[in-house]
Ligand binder design. Structure first.
Ligand code: SF4
Length: 260
């Protein structure tokens, strides 16, 4: 269930205020971003420019609303009974790593209350501050959007180096992650690169699950509403055959592969 943020007291504060997160929206009872039932905080701001972005309104780093971290903790506590054993709080985006230090503070507070933390990231940064955040992240959902540097640049406007670096770092500290892959016809479905992607991660012991997310067109109206030219307007959703062959391929390399 999504709801707007007008009901949250958010003063006009400096972006660098350590007490506030810049967020786009909140979801309660989320079941798509991590295990169990979760409160999902979608943060505002992203430096990728994925051609298929379903939330172009979350890209502007100056958009969204500033919300007190303590207010978010209070909301999580009110929902804690619904989280059960597996659930908790997920921070998604936008790109959470742009607010890494604030998220470390947020996750520390959630842990003080015994709430599980999950971070959904594109791996835009791989710095000591991000490594500190990793210590307080129970599960990393890492989107590795393309294994080939050139295709990654074309698809997202950014290199895949930090994403691959962050995956390697997470593996080196032995903390679990789920990898996510958006399957886009004509962009991320090249058999040789799908295989290279799987081969790159197959030996990772911390990868519990791989999620294949078929491209869809549900975000198109947002591009239109924002008067932005949507580059994938005529890109079809993946055919059943492509979804099944990708699932079959990834199943050869990973123990648990989920086709969303
Ligand atoms: S990383 Fe996510 S939020 Fe950022 S542009 Fe890509 S799809 Fe959109």
């Amino acid at each position: 269930m999504y709801f707007p943020l007008q009901d949250i007291e958010a003063a006009a504060l400096n972006m660098n205020d350590p007490q506030h997160l810049r967020i786009h929206s909140l979801e309660t009872f989320g079941t798509h971003d991590g295990p169990g039932i979760r409160m999902v905080v979608f943060v505002q701001g992203c430096q990728f420019r994925c051609l298929y972005c379903q939330n172009p309104d979350s890209l502007d780093v100056k958009g969204g609303r500033l919300v007190e971290i303590d207010e978010l903790v209070k909301r999580a506590l009110r929902q804690k009974t619904y989280f059960g054993e597996e659930g908790g709080v997920t921070v998604s985006g936008g790109e959470p790593l742009l607010q890494r230090s604030k998220l470390t503070a947020f996750f520390k507070k959630l842990h003080e209350h015994g709430i599980n933390t999950c971070l959904d990231s594109n791996g835009r940064m791989n710095t000591p501050e991000v490594h500190e955040l990793m210590e307080h992240t129970d599960l990393l959902l890492l989107d590795v959007k393309h294994i080939n540097e050139e295709w990654h640049l074309r698809l997202t406007g950014q290199s895949n180096r930090t994403s691959l670096g962050l995956a390697a770092y997470r593996e080196s500290i032995g903390r679990k992650m789920w990898l996510r892959y958006v399957l886009v016809p004509g962009w991320t479905d090249q058999p040789e690169y799908l295989k290279a992607w799987a081969q790159h991660f197959t030996s990772y012991k911390t990868v519990e699950r791989v999620e294949i997310i078929p491209f869809h067109q549900l975000g198109m109206h947002k591009w239109e509403m924002m008067n932005m030219a949507y580059p994938l307007k005529y890109t079809p959703t993946p055919a059943l055959e492509l979804k099944e062959s990708t699932l079959e391929l990834f199943n050869q390399y990973f123990n648990q592969v989920i086709l969303k």
